[in-house]
Design a protein around this ligand. Structure first.
Ligand SMILES: [Zn+2]
Length: 63
């Protein structure tokens, strides 16, 4: 599955993340938040994209 995000260094939207990983972010209280973390294929800058629970499940199944 492709995950696209914004690279702050290239100032480019819809950059396909390289080596995407699902990360667990601690929200307030018991709220679980997920994000996909990857790197920009052009400059190697770390990219983050917040995803919903459904997307997180889809990511687990796809990987
Ligand atoms: Zn970049």
């Amino acid at each position: 599955m492709d995950y696209k995000g914004y690279c702050v260094k290239c100032k480019e939207k819809n950059v396909k993340m390289e080596d995407p990983k699902l990360v667990n972010m601690k929200g307030k209280g018991t709220v679980k938040r997920y994000a996909v973390s990857g790197t920009c294929p052009k400059c190697g800058t770390k990219m983050f994209r917040i995803v919903g629970a459904a997307d997180a499940e889809a990511f687990k199944k796809a990987n």
